[in-house]
Design a protein around this ligand. Structure first.
Ligand SMILES: Cc1cc2nc3c(=O)[nH]c(=O)nc-3n(C[C@H](O)[C@H](O)[C@H](O)COP(=O)(O)O)c2cc1C
Length: 144
């Protein structure tokens, strides 16, 4: 199992970003599902951060497309390598954004991670797994 974390800067106009990101997430989900790739995307304060996990060749294939995507720029791969388990096994492409909460939560760890701070990177991964855990808890509650 291979896992990759990157961060980038959005080139989308703020007024169109929400709709544009939702569209790319929905297209990305079906491609990720076919490739057995899972992960999580966060968007806020003009930044994206994403974790992709799966077979190395499958992750790298999708990452090649992501790298040439004009909807963002300054794509920085922060971490990649073998991982024992998937963090987002049930998420083909979990998405959090662009609420004020997400914006405030990811802004600092993303900029610190981009400056090469290991602590920033760990915080960013932590925030993403927390989004995942909360979502899992919320979706496991019986509906009213
Ligand atoms: C921030 C960001 C994250 C993306 N994440 C994914 C993803 O997880 N899976 C995916 O298939 N495409 C994702 N895309 C879209 C790809 O860049 C690409 O448009 C799509 O996979 C189609 O590939 P192609 O242009 O090589 O045909 C993402 C794009 C951006 C800007």
């Amino acid at each position: 199992m291979f896992s990759l974390l990157y961060a980038s800067r959005s080139t989308l106009q703020p007024s169109e970003a929400d709709a544009a990101v939702k569209a790319l997430v929905s297209a990305g989900r079906s491609r990720n599902e076919k490739a057995d790739v899972t992960g999580c995307l966060v968007f806020g304060a003009g930044r994206f951060a994403q974790i992709l996990e799966g077979e190395q060749s499958a992750v790298e294939d999708i990452m090649r497309s992501i790298l040439r995507d004009p909807r963002h720029t300054e794509v920085a791969i922060l971490q990649q390598g073998e991982a024992a388990t998937r963090r987002f096994a049930d998420w083909t492409l979990g998405y959090a954004g662009p609420s004020l909460f997400v914006q405030r939560t990811i802004a600092r760890p993303v900029s610190e991670a981009l400056r090469g701070s290991k602590r920033g990177m760990a915080d960013l991964i932590h925030v993403m797994t927390e989004f995942h855990a909360k979502q899992t808890i919320a979706s496991s509650l019986p509906s009213a």
